[in-house]
Design a protein around this ligand. Structure first.
Ligand code: NAD
Ligand code: DAU
Length: 342
């Protein structure tokens, strides 16, 4: 395995993974294939382009474009595909599901077809704990559980997982799938809750907590997730699914309190607002299968939140221009008329 095609590599998790891949495997070449939507940003990879110029190539393209995908794979003699490319924000999927079906479902199918036609390439799919849907009580999702997606985003991701699995069963494509819990860390677009709240707080703006804020999430550090993906790519059993997360959960309100504490900002910035439609109350995964492969996270959720806060404090150059562009119209659309709860 030497020539790795990383789709969505200019996004949040993708760019962290590209860094890890190039650092960890000095004999690998990485071809990032990314459409550069609002979430894909070349500045996420500017250091990579400078340090690894001889082993790193960037190609702007859409994973739904079969011709371009196949031509790029052939041109660079690709032997492995790792698919991060997706529309990823639940709130945007509620507003406009169309792009989610196109990229997350049809785009995945396009990559699978290319992998099959061009010599049964090794294929790894980046999936999410959201495909399991809301998890009751103190239960944990296991890899063999039935999928119960409840948002247009998670329905698209679950559909993609089914296609990936079907290509393994039908055509013998050598696939693996990882299902990650909530990632936080450097380069996450500030529509997602942790960077949104850090950057709002740094601007002394209110933090719009959906509903009662007692929803449970497993906030994992993005680099830990990337280590897990790399392990699965190299040591995972073909045809298998692996959950990746800390296995520790906290409420959104607990997350906000840690975040404000790290910033030294007052709790009065918290503002409860109308809940997200169809909001999944709790995700929680059983992560014993990936731990048995030899992985464990280096950060607890609290350490991950504190490290993320410090990155945003130190990297205003990265997020200030974002918050002054397309993001403003998006923010107005989602939060402008949102009911404030008493
Ligand atoms: P992101 O939104 O930050 O990045 C997505 C990237 O995909 C961007 O660079 C974008 O330009 C690119 N892209 C979008 N449509 C494309 C297309 N049609 N063709 C080519 N490129 C396209 O997302 P992220 O948070 O880094 O998520 C990456 C992957 O991880 C996604 O598959 C997501 O479902 C999954 N995931 C995310 C999390 C999380 O907490 N962020 C957790 C588990 C799984
Ligand atoms: O669980 C993995 C998933 O995590 C990924 O598959 C998705 O791509 C990623 O976006 C993320 O989805 P969530 O919906 O969990 O993340 P988000 O950051 O949007 O929200 C996290 C929690 O915070 C959720 O319970 C909703 C809440 N929230 C979010 C926003 C944006 C708020 O209370 N207020 C907000 O303004």
């Amino acid at each position: 395995m030497q020539n790795i095609f990383v789709t969505g590599g200019a996004g949040f998790i993708g760019c962290n993974y590209v860094r890890l891949l190039l650092e960890k495997h000095p004999n690998y070449r990485v071809i990032v294939f990314d459409k550069l939507t609002y979430a894909g940003r070349l500045e996420n990879l500017q250091d990579v382009a400078a340090v690894y110029a001889d082993r790193y190539t960037f190609v702007q393209g859409d994973i739904c474009d079969a011709q371009m995908v196949e031509a790029t794979i052939q041109q660079h003699d690709v032997d492995t595909i790792v698919n991060f490319a997706a529309e990823t924000h639940v709130d945007r999927s509620i507003l406009e599901p169309d792009a989610f079906v196109k990229t997350d479902v049809f785009g995945t199918y396009t990559l699978l077809e290319a992998a099959r036609k061009l010599g049964n390439l090794r294929y790894h799919q980046i999936s999410t704990d959201e495909v399991y849907g809301h998890i009751e009580g103190d239960q944990r999702s296991e890899e063999g559980d039935k999928l119960h997606p409840r948002s247009p985003y998670s329905a698209s991701k679950a559909s993609a997982d089914h296609f990936v699995h079907a290509y393994h069963i039908t055509y013998g494509l050598p696939i693996t799938i990882s299902r990650g819990a909530n990632n936080i860390g450097p380069y996450q677009y500030p529509e997602k809750v942790v960077p949104l709240f850090v950057t709002n707080a740094l601007n002394d703006q209110r933090l719009p907590v959906y509903g009662d804020g007692k929803q449970m999430r497993d906030y994992q550090y993005v680099v830990d997730h990337c280590e897990g993906i790399d392990l699965i790519l190299h040591k995972g059993e073909i045809g298998e699914v692996y959950n990746v997360g800390t296995g520790q959960e906290m409420t959104n309100l607990e997350m906000v309190e840690i975040l404000l504490d790290e910033l030294g900002k007052p709790r009065s910035l918290i503002q409860h607002v109308e809940d997200r439609q169809g909001h999944d109350r709790r995700y929680c995964m059983d992560v014993r299968k990936i731990m048995a492969l030899g992985w464990e996270p280096s950060h607890t959720p609290e350490e991950a939140i504190r490290a993320t806060v410090r990155w945003y404090v130190d990297n205003r150059w990265w997020w200030e221009p974002i918050r002054s562009g397309e993001f403003r119209q998006y923010y107005e659309r989602v939060y402008g008329n949102r009911k404030v709860l008493a």
